[in-house]
Design a protein around this ligand. Structure first.
Ligand code: NAG
Length: 421
């Protein structure tokens, strides 16, 4: 069935193609031109009635992907047992569909924003497994075919890499992880399944804990496709390109993808001009880190505007973490920092096309020192070319090459995105 609809879609796409259209330059355009799936942003319900916000969000030259910040969490979806509310999540899925944006779905099993009935009903091991599987099965099934990724388990670790106390860990033990991933895979065999956590962007006890989780899930014979590095970072304390690179390599060497899933870089407010300059560099370094490894599939910022950022309410006196300010004005210096991290990335561009406002690069290790293949994937361009593994090969609105490199197959992730896998 997938192969059939793919053929039809390709036929429709090439019939409509006409003269080759180029996307305008933007955060997502650069990401795609560098072989990534997307550059995207979280969206919360507060922004959805704000037309200026929605106009910026819907510009897919900047945002090729969205994640619902809260709308798919357990306390929204299943506030009371076996009573499901998919409305807020549907609203986000509809935005993605309207704009042709890749949808990352977030998050199935998490200790926080978890309704109290899950932890306080005295469930034993067998019953809690049943409750957890029911939640996963109903939720994944509802958005089957719409989600490109699911964050299956979120934040299961303490800072020292041990398991965090939660209703799931306390009752089921570490087996809750493979059981959750197996339930998600059974409900939708095509969606990519991620473990997602924060403070795993640098090597250390917690990153090692996350790698242990990858191995644990695989040891059960269960599929895990990727690890989400949330990357809630601090200006001036963000990982260097070399740190990003070696840390991402440590994950991908386990046979999983990596995505930067919740990037924001906070500072004391109001932000000083030197903080903004450093922030532009920190954003660029995060982009270069992802760029250093072909299995880093994309970057999501945790909303694009300070207007709806979670930070000031959790870290009083801090914020100013995003490339659009609280009046929805673009901060050009920060925005250019992200662009410069991608490099020009424009297929038609002459070599001199890099933006002028490039923040100075930290002269850290050259990417060639890494053991994985060189990152700087050449942009796909002429339709006769073969598409490397992990890159886009089809989907509504896509006009690039469709022939996958041998050993891979053009696979539908959703209507707008086919990837060589
Ligand atoms: C709960 O049951 C699962 C599935 O049988 C098992 O893997 C896990 O070890 C059990 N947990 C405890 C704490 O007994």
């Amino acid at each position: 069935m997938i192969a059939h609809s793919f053929t039809l879609l390709l036929a429709a796409t090439s019939a409509l193609a006409g003269p080759l259209q180029r996307r305008a330059d933007g955060l997502n355009t650069r990401a795609k031109n560098n072989g990534k799936l997307y550059f995207g942003t979280a969206v919360d319900s507060s922004g959805q009635s704000d037309s200026n916000y929605m106009n910026i969000l819907s510009n897919s030259d900047d945002f090729g992907q969205i994640t619902p910040a809260n709308a798919m969490k357990w306390d929204t979806v299943e506030r009371s047992r076996n009573s499901f509310n998919f409305g807020p999540g549907d609203a986000v899925a509809n935005i993605a569909a309207r704009n042709g944006q890749f949808l990352r779905c977030h998050a199935l099993v998490w200790h926080s924003q978890l309704p109290s009935w899950v932890g306080s009903s005295g469930f034993n091991n067998a019953t809690l497994i049943q409750v957890m599987k029911n939640h996963i099965t109903q939720t994944v099934t509802h958005w089957k075919g719409k989600c490109g990724h699911w964050d299956v388990v979120n934040e299961a670790l303490n800072e020292d890499g041990s398991y965090r106390s939660s209703p799931f860990y306390n009752v089921i033990g570490e087996a809750f992880l493979p059981i959750a991933f197996a339930a998600a895979a059974a409900a939708d065999p095509d969606v990519k399944l991620y473990y997602n956590d924060y403070n795993i962007e640098t090597p250390g006890a917690k990153a090692s804990g996350a790698q242990r989780i990858v191995r644990l899930i695989k040891s059960y014979g269960v599929k895990i496709d990727g690890v989400g590095q949330q990357a809630h970072l601090i200006v001036g304390q963000s990982p260097s390109v070399a740190t990003w690179t070696s840390n991402i390599n440590a994950f991908t060497s386990l046979g999983v993808d990596v995505a930067i899933t919740e990037l924001d870089i906070r500072t004391k407010t109001p932000a000083s001009s030197s903080a903004v300059a450093q922030q532009a560099i920190d954003y660029a370094n995060s982009v270069k880190g992802c760029l250093s490894n072909t299995r880093c599939v994309g970057i999501t910022i945790w909303d694009f505007t300070d207007k709806y950022s979670w930070i000031p309410s959790v870290f009083p006196g801090e914020g100013s973490a995003l490339p659009w300010d609280s009046n929805l004005q673009k901060k050009q210096q920060v925005y250019n920092g992200i662009l410069s991290g991608w490099g020009s990335g424009t297929p038609t561009a002459t070599p001199t096309a890099t933006p002028t406002a490039t923040p100075t690069e930290t002269p850290t290790s050259s990417p060639t020192s890494s053991s994985t293949t060189t990152p700087t994937a050449t942009p796909t361009s002429s339709p006769g070319e073969t598409v490397p593994k992990w890159q886009q090969c089809g989907g509504t609105g896509y006009e690039g090459p469709t022939q996958c490199v041998s050993g891979t197959t053009c696979t539908m992730l959703n209507q707008w995105y086919y990837q060589c896998l």
